[in-house]
Design a protein around this ligand. Structure first.
Ligand code: T4K
Length: 373
């Protein structure tokens, strides 16, 4: 059966139009639209509280948050990171003049493999930028230990981890700083948006200068900053969406549970591990397809879904280190686990409101590709 309406990999969460209009109505009186206005400042403090982190600095998107945090933490030289991520993580480092050093990932949860980090450290290494990919929390204790022993900074790319906790601690509270994305495709969105979360209060003024041209007063410009500010319409969207976030996460969880009922235990189909120490945000539904056991490969499954109007996505294929813009720069053989996962990964549709019937249709299509199912 073909779905009459396309099922895309995700669907933006939105408040009711009335709720949003109520939130933005006062802007027609104040005419205050951007430059850290009241909606911005309220959202900033609410997000810090929601994430249980002392400080948050809002940015206009997750990528801006990455570039700002890299600058604020003073990363330079070489930084150890993962090739199994969205373009943004690596691009941010390269755009800040840093040499990314690609470290392999763990085969079970696809996060940076702490056992492979130390051999990559050189006198030029200043930091580690791991990614909580799909909301899978990195081994934060092992990474902290390595960083402390070598005097390195840790900046987490937590773009996928908003709203999660690890052993009760907010997912944004690890490392010297953690960035998040509030893009339209994320569990929590401000249309476009992002933030840097941190514990060290001295980073606050530095990030404030970076996001607003280095301006510190009407006649004072202290550093060469950029313009990374979130506007009031985006902040208002965030304030509305935050009110519904827990419900949205719970609805995502129901869809994920249905997938797990249907796909667990099928030879050749590998689902993400469930961790009892992590409260998941159910951001993504990654599936690894092992052709030899399943009888069909990832691309065949992807095409079969597309024929039924279901658009899964190959996040994150190709590896960043395989992008045309980085050709010849990285040794692809150095990260064999990441290569293997990237060749087999498929992210299935997952969002609040995806019905059990829709999940069943997706699973029927996937299972119909395999042999012996
Ligand atoms: N670090 C990591 C690890 C990241 O994954 C990202 C972003 C960043 C950093 C940088 O954060 P931002 O600067 O973006 O805040 C999407 C997103 O654009 C991107 O934010 C995200 N990661 C990445 C994983 O996915 P695309 O190219 O797949 O987006 P697109 O336009 O194909 O949309 C995917 C689906 O989402 C659509 O099929 C339907 C749905 N959608 C999309 C949009 C734009 C909506 O429902 N509403 C919308 O407005 O990159």
């Amino acid at each position: 059966m073909k779905f009459s309406d396309s099922i895309l990999v995700t669907r933006s969460s939105m408040p009711s139009l009335d709720e949003y209009v109520t939130e933005i109505r006062q802007m027609w009186d104040t005419r205050w639209l951007t430059n850290c206005g009241p909606e911005h400042n309220l959202l900033e403090s609410r997000l810090a509280r929601y994430c249980d982190v002392p400080y948050a600095s809002l940015m206009i998107n997750g990528h801006a948050a990455l570039e700002a945090a890299i600058e604020a933490l003073g990363l330079h030289g070489e930084v150890i990171t993962t090739p199994f991520t969205f373009a943004s993580t690596t691009h941010a480092l390269v755009r800040r003049g840093i040499t990314p050093v690609m470290c392999d990932i763990r085969p079970d949860d696809y996060t940076l493999d702490p056992e492979r980090i130390e051999s990559l450290i050189t006198p030029r290494t200043t930091g580690i930028v791991p990614v909580h990919v799909y909301g899978h929390m990195c081994d934060v204790a092992a990474i902290r230990d390595i960083a402390d022993r070598h005097g390195l900074k840790v900046l987490y790319d937590g773009a996928h981890a908003f709203g999660e906790t690890l052993d009760g601690a907010g997912a944004m509270s690890f490392g010297d700083a953690t960035i998040c994305s509030f893009h339209a495709t994320k569990v929590f969105n401000t249309i476009e948006g992002g933030a840097v979360f941190y514990r060290d209060s001295s980073l606050g003024p530095v990030l404030a200068r970076i996001r607003n041209f280095g301006i510190t007063g009407p006649e004072t410009v202290e550093s060469v900053g950029g313009n990374f500010k979130m506007n009031e319409f985006c902040a208002a969207m965030g304030l509305c969406n935050l009110r519904h976030l827990d419900e949205q996460i719970s609805l995502r969880g129901q869809a994920e549970a249905r997938y797990r009922e249907r796909l667990t235990g099928i030879p050749g189909l590998v689902l993400s591990p469930i961790r009892t120490d992590v409260a998941s945000n159910h951001a993504y539904m990654p599936l690894v397809v092992d052709e030899t056991e399943f009888g069909a490969d990832r691309d065949e499954v992807c095409h079969a879904l597309a024929r039924r109007n279901i658009y899964a996505r190959k996040y994150f294929y190709p590896l960043v280190s395989d992008f045309a813009c980085y050709r010849g720069r990285f040794d692809l053989e150095a990260t064999p686990v990441a290569r293997k996962v990237a060749a087999r990964i498929l992210c299935l549709p997952l969002y609040a409101g995806l019905s059990a019937e829709q999940v069943d249709g997706i699973c029927d299509t996937i299972l119909g590709c395999g042999t012996g199912v």
